[in-house]
Design a protein around this ligand. Structure first.
Ligand code: TYD
Length: 139
């Protein structure tokens, strides 16, 4: 995993097998993915410049993979803000809980795969920025 100390950006380079038939990428729990996967979801049919997210999780950990197209992922832990372009199907971005995040500047027809550690639970979401700041400061 590529991560500099204190950076919010933790990128995974998944193994890629290329041959004359095309490309194959492998993601294994405990090898590249740092949690047990309980859910996957994916975002597609995006419009140019679209954005989504704008929330933080209390417990859920995710890995984002741009299978096709690209998006700029913006991260904010209440102290630092960073952003990273996801545009490579063999690269994943690990997003820890308590990080406010948005996916922005989608290219049209991007396919963004999300691996999640937890089943869907709306109570795990902090969807209001002020509520997020209060939540992390109260800990
Ligand atoms: P939402 O959280 O708004 O998506 P994004 O994070 O991309 O902005 O989710 C859209 C809708 O889908 C919302 O009603 C919640 C629902 N949803 C589920 O039911 N299960 C899931 O696993 C996810 C990710 C969303």
């Amino acid at each position: 995993m590529t991560e500099s100390q204190n950076s919010l950006i933790q990128l995974i380079d998944f193994p890629l097998k290329h041959d004359e038939r095309g490309d194959l990428v492998i993601a294994e729990v405990g090898r590249q993915v740092p949690f047990d996967i309980n859910r996957i979801f994916y975002i597609f049919n995006t419009e140019d410049g679209g954005k989504r997210g704008f929330h933080a999780h209390k417990k859920n950990r995710i890995v984002l993979i741009a299978l096709r197209g690209s998006s700029i992922i913006k991260l904010d832990n209440g102290r630092n803000k960073e952003e990273v372009l996801l545009d490579c199907p063999n690269q994943g971005l690990v997003l820890e809980p308590e990080v406010w995040h948005s996916m922005e500047e989608f290219k049209k027809d991007t396919v963004l795969l999300v691996l999640a550690s937890e089943l869907y639970d709306e109570d795990d979401y902090l969807r209001d920025y002020d509520e997020f700041i209060n939540y992390i400061q109260d800990k």
